[in-house]
Design a protein around this ligand. Structure first.
Ligand code: ADP
Length: 549
């Protein structure tokens, strides 16, 4: 038998910090808080990471301890992204937009020993019930101008902690399979569940992102993750940038078009990522003249994911010379599973349709589409089935400290004949022989009307091609005859001059009659969930509380 001669270097976040110093020391991280932009080099960030790492170990934190953050996108959050896992602790990034009640339930599960909290969130912080284990709370003030917590509060101050800390010079030995971070799913369609990433999964996911048929992030990029760092670790972009040497830009808590344009322009951003609702806001602002198109001229690529993108969004940015990289992912998949990329041999005409799909699976992430009968569907681009995922950055269970092995969620996974585990994503998809996957809908959002399925994503995309429509969401409502019918909610672009448009007539000219929603309701704004996606759960509740005649 021949045995491998390769070394066994562990893939850990420590590699990122070391590379930031040895290869990319001069690269910068910019943080914009309101109109102020503060730059720091990668070397400074790595040095500060070692400093906070030194404080953590000196304060008694040990391997396996959880450290939570309640922070926006800022320098300190990046330092903790790197330092917490690199000393063997587990980073729990809490969604700052959740209610105190939801956060309390998560803290009761992860039981962090330390919590780093933005001092601007004092009110939310006061409403939290910290577990007994949380003996250290550190207040972070990214703008430097906010008042610290109340003077009698036992909260430490990040700046003071850093000033007194001794930087860690030697990292502890870690195993790549050990826990690195825990994130909770957005809970768009049910209770939020914890997913625990390993060092290995985080690093492999970052490497996969750099591929030219993936995000293609390189040392030449300036990367602006607008997506909050608490959402699936900022979709992996901070780690990928530290690895590739792409400069990083963060906008603290701001994702409005003016703040985005200001940072893109000032920092020469080439690559920026956020959910579709953020980008449709930017596009509307450009069309209204509120944002100057030339401020966006450095942008080359927009990886957009978390929800389906519309044709209007893709072509709107294409017209400015910016290409949309449509991505599909979920917290359980670290999160990236699919990224759109034009394959060799795809004609212009084919690409016009295929660029609307989230593309092909990343190398290392296996996907398959399974019918209700449990068989793989034909790869004809038409036959729908459940999208299932497997691979080193796909979770095999949910975090559940109440269960005997700390895991739960058996119903969300299947094991195939070879013993390989597959995550049942709950998304309905089709795929073709080249690997292009099209997301038809979430199984829960598909509308079953008179024995036929209607895709809410297709209706939303069609509605968004109307110039008056800013955002659209379609939900099923019960119907005594058809079982379910689609109900559409839209918001109109700001200052739409004309009357309310005839959107049913508009759809009827483009879609089969039976797919056209019985009503299209115009709201001032569509409700958003904690990660900025349109909250269909709330729209369903709205539809149920005000039944449509
Ligand atoms: P939650 O499932 O609670 O919303 P996530 O934030 O992890 O939590 O969201 C993952 C889900 O988002 C996917 O299962 C899918 O339904 C949806 N999604 C992500 N990317 C896309 C996309 N490109 N097109 C359509 N749906 C998407």
């Amino acid at each position: 038998m021949i045995v491998s001669t390769m070394q066994e270097g562990a893939l850990t976040t420590q590699l990122l910090v070391d590379r930031m110093t040895s290869i990319h020391a001069h690269k910068r991280v910019f943080v914009g808080v309101d109109r102020d932009i503060s730059p720091r080099t990668f070397a400074e960030t790595a040095a500060r990471t070692r400093r906070v790492a030194g404080w953590m170990l000196a304060s008694g934190l040990r391997e396996g301890d959880c450290v939570a953050t309640l922070l926006w996108n800022c320098h300190e959050h990046l330092e903790l992204f790197l330092a917490v896992p690199s000393v063997g602790c587990v980073l729990h990034t809490i969604n700052t937009r959740l209610s105190a009640e939801t956060i309390n339930a998560m803290l009761a599960e992860t039981r962090p020993r330390a919590l780093f909290v933005d001092v601007g969130m004092a009110q939310l912080f006061e409403a939290l019930t910290l577990p007994a284990e949380t003996t250290m709370v550190v207040g972070v003030s990214p703008s430097g101008t906010r008042p610290a917590m109340a003077s009698d509060s036992p909260v430490l101050d990040y700046t003071t902690v850093m000033a007194a800390a001794t930087p860690l010079t030697r990292w502890p030995m870690l195993k790549e399979q050990q826990a690195c971070a825990i994130c909770y799913t957005s809970g768009t369609s049910g209770k939020s569940k914890g997913v625990v990433y390993s060092h290995r999964s985080a690093i492999l996911h970052a490497i996969a992102m750099l591929g030219v048929d993936a995000i293609a992030m390189s040392e030449k990029d300036v990367c602006f993750p607008i997506v909050p760092m608490f959402h699936a670790l900022g979709w992996g972009f901070p780690y990928a940038a530290c690895m590739s040497g792409a400069e990083l830009v963060f906008s603290y808590r701001n994702s409005d078009p003016a703040s985005i344009a200001h940072l893109v322009h000032t920092c020469d951003v080439t690559l920026a990522t956020a959910v579709p609702t953020v980008w449709s806001g930017v596009l509307d602002a450009v069309r209204r003249g509120d944002v100057n198109e030339t401020d966006l001229k450095s942008l080359r690529r927009l990886p957009i994911g978390g929800a389906a993108v519309s044709e209007d969004l893709v072509s709107g940015f294409e017209a400015m010379g910016i290409s949309v990289q449509h991505c599909w992912g979920m917290t359980e998949v670290s999160p990236l599973g699919l990224v759109s990329s034009r394959r060799a041999g795809v004609s212009d005409e084919e690409w016009r349709a295929l660029r609307m799909t989230p593309g092909m699976p990343l190398p290392g992430c296996e996907l398959r589409v399974i019918s209700e009968q449990g068989h793989e569907v034909p790869r004809d681009g038409r036959s729908p089935g459940e999208l299932q995922a497997s691979g080193p950055w796909v979770t095999g269970a949910y975090f559940d400290p109440a269960s005997s092995d700390g895991h739960s969620g058996a119903g969300s996974f299947v094991t195939d004949g070879r013993g390989q585990a597959w995550l049942k994503t709950g998304d309905v998809a089709t795929w073709d022989t080249r690997g292009y996957v099209r997301i038809v809908d979430r199984a829960k959002d598909l509308i079953k009307s008179g024995g036929e399925w209607i895709s809410s994503i297709e209706l939303e995309s069609a509605l968004c091609t109307h110039p008056a429509v800013s955002e659209a969401a379609v939900v099923p409502i019960p119907d005594s005859h058809w079982q379910e019918r689609p109900l559409a909610y839209v918001s109109l672009v700001r200052d739409w001059p004309g009357q309310e448009p005839d959107l049913k007539g508009f759809l009827a000219a483009r879609l089969p009659k039976w797919q056209v929603p019985d009503r299209v309701i115009v709201l001032l704004e569509l409700p958003k969930g904690a990660t900025g996606k349109i909250d269909k759960r709330r729209l369903r509740q709205l539809a149920a509380s005000a039944p449509v005649a």
